[in-house]
Ligand binder design. Structure first.
Ligand SMILES: Cc1cc2nc3c(=O)[nH]c(=O)nc-3n(C[C@H](O)[C@H](O)[C@H](O)COP(=O)(O)OP(=O)(O)OC[C@H]3O[C@@H](n4cnc5c(N)ncnc54)[C@H](O)[C@@H]3O)c2cc1C
Length: 478
């Protein structure tokens, strides 16, 4: 039975023509898919996954040693998953923000912030040198408060950021509304360093082109179904990867498949959970609509609720509006059918018009969802398997656009056993607390989501459950 929906008719109309696709990948000039792997091939380095982690690893591996034979095996097409579906905020932070970093790696934070700044700078340089047209712009961002309780501790947060060299201003309601006009804004932070905005689809396709130009072989529609080490006398060192029409033998393997990696290496599944995050994209705003926003400050923003929205303008003046619902489907479902969630799209659209009533009548052209590989410490972790021949990274928890390039350097260090300032980091050597197995996992996550939502309606007050999780360092975020 189709249930009647309570969605406001105006909100429903705004969504009526939204294509169920990520805007960033819905382009007439999308690259033609590359052929799948057929037969048996060998390489020095095989990378499983053609998202940002895999692409950066391939490119940097070639930079370190142009003679290294590098192959990417991608289950679908390059950039198809989170890397082509995100908000395009490219943060310098390697720790999902300063507060999270200070809580987990206080001694390391000066170095982590320095490495993160360098990473962001080098991303910009690489994009420029390779001529990747992905609208990369160092903008900073606005953190907007929509309720007074969100301003508690804001001066301390600003001081902490300044101590790491960030340029931060604390704004009251009037000053914030001069940066961006919404009746809901009561103040916040204007940060003009540490973040770039970019077009993630164009970045993924640009890195793909750069990899091919550097001699990386890329096989698309090539899901790896197993990883095995041949043993016994005469076996050559290395790992064998099985694919639908062939196989590959490589001396080293990088598993860059995010949460999907759990099907190839079970231990990844204890540290990451798939959290679905949803996004809307508007039609291009007219000059009058744009002017009504008075968006003078950094053109990327997020609000300071626990269930937060992120929003930004694109180079053709559309507004991307995402976040809020961070959905874990019981059992950790990852099927593409979850990429469309009308209930969430309706909620997001209603919040959009409440935030920007001056944009009444605007339509959304695209609505999509994607999987965030969430871990309990909110930033990437690393590991090895098969006697060091396989290395992996996962767990970026919604802030991987920039951090994937840092992770790629870590993965290459690990594969060659290099002792670097990166490989010595506690962030690199330690793991997050694991999630409990199902069905306790679903119960714990749904309880946490409900508590987080409740905190937002009760002036940010965290209940006993959230305080317990805070104490043991186990978190849930998108
Ligand atoms: C809706 C949404 C919004 C986000 N917004 C932001 C943001 O604004 N800023 C930010 O920093 N981060 C954001 N993120 C997170 C960011 O997109 C990710 O952290 C980042 O893209 C992770 O890249 P990845 O390469 O590790 O994973 P993915 O991009 O998920 O790539 C993994 C790849 O591995 C492939 N694969 C999986 N299994 C196999 C297999 N067996 N064989 C071969 N290939 C396989 C998949 O097909 C996929 O292409 C967002 C994520 C989502 C979903």
């Amino acid at each position: 039975m189709v249930r009647p929906t309570s969605i406001d008719p105006k909100v429903a109309r705004s969504l009526a023509h939204a294509k169920p696709l990520p805007f960033w990948l819905d382009r007439g000039d999308a690259p033609e898919p590359l052929p799948a792997l057929a037969g048996h091939v060998t390489a020095d380095l095989a990378i499983i996954g053609g998202g940002f982690t895999g692409l950066w690893t391939a490119l940097l591996a070639k930079e370190r040693d142009p003679h290294r034979d590098v192959v990417i095996l991608e289950a679908r097409t390059v950039g198809w998953a989170a890397s082509g579906r995100n908000g395009g905020f490219c943060s310098a932070s390697l720790t999902h923000g300063i507060a999270n970093g200070l809580q987990r790696f206080p001694e390391e934070m000066p170095l982590l912030e320095k490495l993160g700044e360098r990473n962001l700078r080098e991303i910009g340089e690489t994009i420029r040198v390779l001529g990747i047209d992905c609208d990369f712009e160092l903008t900073g961002e606005l953190n907007v408060a929509t309720a007074p309780w969100q301003l508690d501790g804001i001066e301390e947060a600003a001081d902490a950021a300044r101590a790491f060299g960030q340029h931060v201003e604390v704004l009251d309601a009037a000053a914030m509304r001069r940066e961006l006009d919404s009746p809901l804004l009561v103040g916040g932070l204007k940060i003009t360093t540490g973040n770039a905005m970019l077009d993630p689809g164009r970045l993924a396709w640009g890195l793909r082109r750069a990899c091919l130009d550097a001699g990386v072989r890329i096989f698309e529609h090539t899901p790896v179904s197993s990883i095995a080490a041949k043993s016994g006398p005469g076996a050559t060192p290395g790992l064998t990867l099985t694919t639908p029409y062939g196989s590959m033998r490589a001396g080293g393997v990088v598993l860059a498949a995010g949460v999907f990696g759990r099907s190839l290496l079970r231990r990844i599944g204890s540290f990451v959970v798939p959290v679905w995050d949803y996004v809307l994209m508007t039609e291009p705003l007219s000059p009058a609509q744009l002017a009504s926003l008075g968006w003078n400050g950094p053109r990327g923003a997020s609000d300071m609720s626990n269930q937060f929205h992120y929003f930004r303008l694109t180079s053709d003046n559309r507004m991307l509006w995402g976040g809020y619902d961070a959905v874990y489907y019981n059992g950790g479902a990852i099927g593409e059918e979850h990429a469309q969630s009308p209930a969430t799209f309706g909620r997001l659209a209603a919040h959009f018009f409440a935030t920007f009533p001056q944009l009444e009548g605007v339509s959304f052209t695209h609505a999509w969802g994607g999987i965030i590989d969430t871990c309990s410490r909110f930033c990437a972790f690393f590991g090895t398997a098969h006697g060091g021949r396989l290395v992996y990274a996962a767990g970026y928890t919604g802030l991987g656009v920039g951090a994937t390039r840092f992770a790629a350097q870590v993965l290459l260090d690990k594969l060659s056993n290099d002792d670097t300032e990166r490989s010595r980091l506690a962030l690199v050597r330690s793991k997050p607390l694991p999630f409990p197995p199902e069905p306790a996992r679903s119960a714990v996550i749904q309880l946490t989501r409900a508590s987080i939502a409740r905190a937002d309606t009760q002036d940010g007050r965290r209940d006993a459950w959230l305080r317990l999780l805070d104490r043991i360092g186990l978190g849930f975020d998108s």
